[in-house]
Design a protein around this ligand. Structure first.
Ligand code: GUN
Ligand code: ZN
Length: 437
C-alpha cells in the first residue's frame, strides 16, 4: 500500500485534461482511492508541488532502434537499409539484444512511459526475450516480431512458413489477454510476401490480436508499394490481405486519399501519428485536423528511432507543433497571417492524448487514467519551475518539460525510483533493475 499526494492529472469528457490537488492510494497493482483534498503530511510520497500523471503510453516505437536515434539526412527507404537494418541485425546476438533491451526498459521508465505498442526485430528469440523482460518489470502493452520475409538482408529475412509458425508460437506464449502481449506485426507491405500478409491477418483473426504495421509514410514508399502491387492504393493492399480491421494500428498515414481514409474510418482502424519521425526523415506532415474531421481514430507515437524523442511529453508537444506547421500552409494563414487555434491541439489536450487518449485509441479496456480501479501506472514528477502559478499550468509543464523531473515511475503497482543524472532506475528496495529482470 502507498499514498501519493500532489496535483493529479484528471481527464475531462471533452478529451482534455486538468489538475486537481489530492491523494492517490494504491494497493498491489491497482489504484484503490483517489481523494481530492488538501495533502496531509502523512503521504508516502509527494507534496502540493508534485505533479502526478498517469504513465505515458507510446503507441508506436521500435525497441531495437533506441541506439540509432539521430541518423539524419536520408529518406525512409535509404535510412532503413543503411542505418536500421544493420542495427536490427545486432539483435541476432542474444547477449547484445538482452543488454540493449535492459537499457531500453530503463529509458522508458526514466521518461515515464509505462505502456507501449512496440516493434522488435524479425528475430523470434529477441522478440520473446523483449516480451519476457518487459513483462518482468511490469510494463503494459504489446511487442511484435517485425515480420520480414522479403526485401531485407538475409540475416533479417525469415522464410515465410517459419515466420508464420514463430508468430503463432509467440501468440500462444504472450496472448492478447495478457498485460504484456504480442501483436501481429507485418513490418510494412514491402517487407512481406502476399502469403505472409494473408497469414498475418489470419493469425490476428484467430487470436483476436492487435495488428501493427506502417502505412503511407512517404510519397516514395507509396509509389514503390503501388508498383509492387499492380497500382493498388496502399490501404487497398492491406485491405485485400485482411489487415484493415478495428484491431489495426497503422503508423504514420500521411499520404491517403479520401477513399482510403473512409475505409480506415469504416473499419475502425487507428493511425498512430508520429510527428517527430515525420519531420526527422523529411517524410511530410500528417494532417491531424483533416483526419479527425473525417472521423479517423488517432493515437500518438514516438516512433523511436526515426523519432528522436523518447519522452511522450515532447512527442505531445511535437504534435502541437506539427498542427501549427499545417496551419502555416493553409489559405487562411496566407490571407490573414493568422493561424486558426481551433485546429491546433492545446497542451491539456496533448496530455490527454499521451495518457487516456492513447489507451482508448488502441482499445485498451483501461489505462491512462488516475481513477479507482485503474491499474497503478503512474509517474511522480517534481518540476523545478513555479508551474502552479502559470496561466495554464499544464501548458507550462509541457513546454518546459525536463525528464529529470521524473522521480518515480510506478508500473502495475511496482515502484521504480529514477536516479538523478542517469544514475539508473532502482526498485523500491534500492536494487538495480538487473535484479528484477
Ligand atoms: N517503415 C518500415 N519500417 C519502418 C521503421 O522501422 N521505421 C519507420 N519510421 N518506418 C518504417
Ligand atoms: Zn515505425
Amino acid at each position: 500500500m502507498a499514498t501519493i499526494g500532489g496535483q493529479i492529472l484528471c481527464q475531462a469528457p471533452d478529451r482534455s485534461s486538468s489538475i486537481r490537488e489530492g491523494v492517490v492510494r494504491i494497493e498491489d497493482d491497482r489504484i484503490v482511492e483517489v481523494s481530492f483534498e488538501a495533502i496531509s503530511g502523512s503521504v508516502d510520497w509527494g507534496d502540493a508541488e508534485t505533479f502526478i500523471t498517469p504513465g505515458f503510453i507510446d503507441t508506436h516505437l521500435h525497441l531495437p532502434q533506441f541506439d540509432s536515434i539521430g541518423a539524419f539526412g536520408m529518406p525512409l527507404l535509404d535510412w532503413l537499409s543503411e542505418v536500421i537494418f544493420p542495427a536490427e541485425e545486432n539483435w541476432n546476438d542474444m547477449d547484445y539484444a538482452r543488454s540493449m533491451i535492459a537499457r531500453v526498459i530503463d529509458q522508458c521508465l526514466s521518461v515515464g512511459t509505462t505502456g507501449i505498442c512496440a516493434y522488435a526485430t524479425s528475430s523470434y528469440d529477441a522478440t520473446i526475450t523483449a516480451l519476457d523482460m518487459f513483462q518482468r518489470v511490469g510494463l503494459r502493452g504489446v511487442i511484435g516480431q517485425a515480420m520480414m520475409d522479403r526485401a531485407a538482408p538475409m540475416s533479417l529475412t525469415v522464410p515465410t512458413e517459419q515466420l508464420i509458425e514463430q508468430v503463432e508460437a509467440a501468440l500462444q506464449q504472450f496472448p492478447p489477454t495478457g498485460r504484456m502481449a504480442t501483436a501481429v506485426t507485418p513490418r510494412f507491405a514491402l517487407s512481406c510476401t502476399e502469403s505472409a500478409l494473408l497469414a498475418a491477418a489470419d493469425l490476428a483473426r484467430r487470436f483476436d490480436a492487435m495488428i501493427q504495421t506502417h502505412l503511407a509514410e512517404t510519397r516514395r514508399e507509396c509509389e514503390v508499394v503501388s508498383k509492387h502491387f499492380d497500382g493498388m492504393p496502399y490501404v487497398d493492399v492491406y485491405d485485400k490481405m485482411g489487415l484493415v480491421t478495428e484491431r489495426s494500428v497503422f503508423g504514420h498515414g500521411i499520404y491517403l486519399d479520401d477513399l482510403s481514409v473512409a475505409r480506415l474510418v469504416q473499419a475502425g482502424s487507428v493511425i498512430a501519428h508520429c510527428p517527430t519521425a515525420n519531420s526527422f526523415l523529411g517524410s511530410g506532415t500528417m494532417n491531424r485536423n483533416d483526419h479527425l474531421a473525417h472521423g479517423v481514430r488517432l493515437s500518438l507515437g514516438s516512433d523511436v528511432g526515426a523519432g528522436f524523442e523518447r519522452s511522450m511529453v515532447r512527442v505531445g508537444r511535437a504534435m502541437i507543433e506539427a498542427a501549427i506547421a499545417k496551419q502555416f500552409q493553409s489559405d487562411a494563414f496566407r490571407r490573414t497571417g493568422m493561424i486558426d487555434y481551433a485546429k491546433v491541439p492545446t497542451a491539456p489536450q496533448a496530455w490527454y492524448q499521451i495518457t487516456a487518449g492513447n489507451a482508448e485509441a488502441v482499445r485498451w479496456k483501461d489505462g491512462g487514467r488516475i481513477e479507482v480501479g485503474q491499474p497503478a501506472d503512474l509517474v511522480i514528477v517534481q518540476p523545478d519551475v513555479p508551474w502552479r502559478l502559470a496561466r495554464c499550468p499544464l501548458s507550462t509543464l509541457m513546454y518546459s518539460w525536463d525528464d529529470r523531473w521524473v522521480r518515480h515511475t510506478i508500473v502495475n503497482g511496482r515502484h521504480y525510483t529514477i536516479g538523478p543524472n542517469g544514475a539508473g532506475v532502482r526498485t523500491e528496495k534500492g536494487e538495480s533493475l538487473g535484479a528484477v529482470r
